[in-house]
Design a protein around this ligand. Structure first.
Ligand SMILES: Nc1nc(=O)c2c([nH]1)NC[C@@H]1CN(c3ccc(C(=O)N[C@@H](CCC(=O)O)C(=O)O)cc3)C=[N+]21
Length: 300
């Protein structure tokens, strides 16, 4: 029996509607609109598409947003100054510096300049630390999106073996930390595979829930998946496709056709984890607005 398809696009639309209503309630109570600033350095075409999509989501939800487009040559100090200005701007509740940054800029230094209360990506070490020890924080958007996809599909990883392929700071590490928490929802046994793993298929075949997040197009094939497993494909790889208008097509880290025949459920690319990432960014921005209003004693 082929897999059930987990519709991230549809679930993300439902979540955005919920956030929109919560933001309207906040506005009625306080007159405040959640505000999000995007900083885009350089002209990476994929980054431009993502920032545009995120800006559109802000419009849809009635959030205030600004985009700073800076040239590739921007110095680290100039970028730090821009962030500091946004840190002290009361209309801006969230700051997102689109990654990757050009190689002459130290990514960690930049991420650590963002005020943790405005860190809607959840990348600041303070927020990473809070996640690791189980405190309330801004969850990184892609892991939060995966969590919400599972929750809303009625899947609780408790007692299950989750195998994550990929150990990035953006996806692999934070999703592992979310899923090992001693909480009613979570409580999974987690294995993290990476480029240092000798026989990846040995591990992936044991997964009740397989999360592919290593950025390697169509790497996970059907014969690496346990029959009935839940497969979450985090990959967004652009590969050349002369037949398409854009000249490229989007594929995941999972070879969909073969995986579909084996898995119990699977997320498609596009239309799976990607749209959830954007919905979670909106959720974090609303949360950031609430946190900042509380800090200023406008809300309690
Ligand atoms: N500071 C920072 N925060 C991020 O959250 C961040 C980042 N940098 N850099 C890049 C990655 C990637 N990312 C995606 C967001 C949405 C889709 C998404 O919506 N994808 C659509 C298709 C998009 C398309 O057509 O290209 C889908 O999968 O259906 C994908 C990928 C956020 N990232």
């Amino acid at each position: 029996m082929p897999a059930q398809i987990i519709n991230g696009k549809k679930i993300s639309e439902e979540i955005k509607q919920e956030i929109k209503q919560q933001a309207e309630a906040l506005f009625n109570e306080t007159g405040v609109v959640p505000g999000l600033a995007f900083i885009l350095v350089g002209d990476n075409p994929a980054s431009q598409v993502y920032v545009k999509m995120k800006g559109k989501a802000c419009e849809e939800l009635g959030f205030y947003s600004i985009t700073l487009k800076l040239p590739t040559e921007t110095s680290e100090n100039e970028l730090i100054e821009k962030i500091q200005t946004l840190n002290s701007d009361p209309k801006i509740h969230g700051i997102l510096v689109q990654l990757p940054l050009p190689p002459h800029i130290d990514e960690q230094k930049i991420l650590q300049t963002i005020d943790p209360i405005k860190d809607v990506d959840g990348f600041h070490p303070v927020n990473v630390g809070k996640l690791v020890i189980g405190l309330d924080t801004y969850l990184p958007c892609t892991p939060a999106g995966i969590q919400e996809l599972l929750k809303r599909s009625g899947i609780n990883p408790s007692g299950k073996h989750v195998v994550i392929v990929g150990r990035s700071n953006i996806v692999g590490k934070p999703i592992a930390n979310i899923l090992i928490q001693k909480k009613e929802w979570a409580n999974a046994t987690v294995t993290v595979c990476h480029t240092g793993t000798k026989d990846i298929a040995y591990f992936t075949k044991q997964a009740d829930i397989l999360i592919a997040a290593m950025g390697n197009p169509e790497f996970i094939k059907g014969n690496m998946i346990k029959p009935g497993a839940i497969v979450i494909d985090v990959g967004v790889n652009r590969i050349n496709d002369p037949n398409s208008e854009k000249g490229y097509k989007l594929v995941g880290d999972v070879h969909f056709e073969s995986a579909y025949e084996v898995a119990g459920a699977i997320t498609p690319v596009p239309g799976g984890v990607g749209p959830m990432t954007i919905a979670m960014l909106m959720k974090n921005t609303l949360k950031a607005a609430l946190n900042q209003l509380k800090a200023r004693h406008i809300l309690n």
